[in-house]
Design a protein around this ligand. Sequence first.
Ligand code: AMP
Ligand code: MG
Length: 340
Amino acid sequence: MLTKRLKTDRESYDGSIREAARILKNGGIAAIPTETVYGLAASALDEEAVKKVFIAKGRPQDNPLIVHIANIDTLSEIAADIPDGAYKCAEKFWPGPLTMVLKRTDKIPAIVSAGLDTVAVRMPSDKTARDIITASGLPLAAPSANTSGKPSPTSAKYVIDDLDGKIDAVVMSGDCRVGVESTVITLVTSPPRLLRPGAVTVEQLREIFPDIVVDKAVLSEPEKGEKVASPGMKYKHYAPKTETYLVESDSDSFAEFVNAKQDAAAVCFFEDGERINIPCIFYGTGKDEYTLAHGVFSALREADTLNKSAIYVHAPSKSGVGLAVYNRLIRAAAFRVITL
Ligand code: AMP
Ligand code: MG
């Protein structure tokens, strides 16, 4: 299949939005930019189109997709028994990087939710994403636009690296502003539960849900056969091909540790830079977790291209957006954590 590149410079923008919407309305699949990561979109109302998304990504059938909407009125069409808290969250965090799991209506085919009776919904803030959703007139099911298991794509280039020839189109835009996937909370349990951390932080969510619980799968490896609230948590995720380790330490000890390694690469903070004598990729400053979220996935992909025998990543703090970055890295590292 030829994957169309749809440009979004000023001259091409309107035509590309129309073409992406046409593809989606006709049951095709297209990668679209969002503020979190690029998503691989299909009509959430079209079972056959959604099947194509699972196939193109090689995504396990039991890992549900997030439905993207551009208008709050769509929420009550796809979700039922919506609690007040959901509207409070929508008012405070939408459009933006928060996904809410709610009870599913029959309008959404079971395949979207991998057979669960719930549906995950988000309203993205990225203008291009919103324009495509609006032009298609559809809710769009869209997981991250990467091959399952690999780091999520934060630029169109990485989408093409993974999915060229397997999808109908890529809407080419700039780098994703946030850089990690949305925060996922479920509101079908009481109290609400954080299933995946993201740029909307637990601290912010506590202002609406003081009793919100952080699911234990956020920071620990699910036991074999354990039933997890968010099926995505049990899979190998975000992983470079190269064996990756997460290193918790200060700058000096991190540098001393990695400098003693043969044939390894480091993924580290700007401020570690001068001390490191092995090939290194910076992913932001340890003093600002937003920069780390923005850079983490591209740094993992770039470190992988160095073809070393190991990658050592300097771990971020677990507070604020740091929790989201840490959650991705601990999975990229298959839970191999070294504490110095
Ligand atoms: P991705 O689309 O790659 O951002 O992955 C979507 C994430 O949302 C996965 O971790 C899923 O397990 C989670 N998710 C989607 N729908 C549901 C749902 N109905 N219940 C619980 N988790 C969900
Ligand atoms: Mg994903």
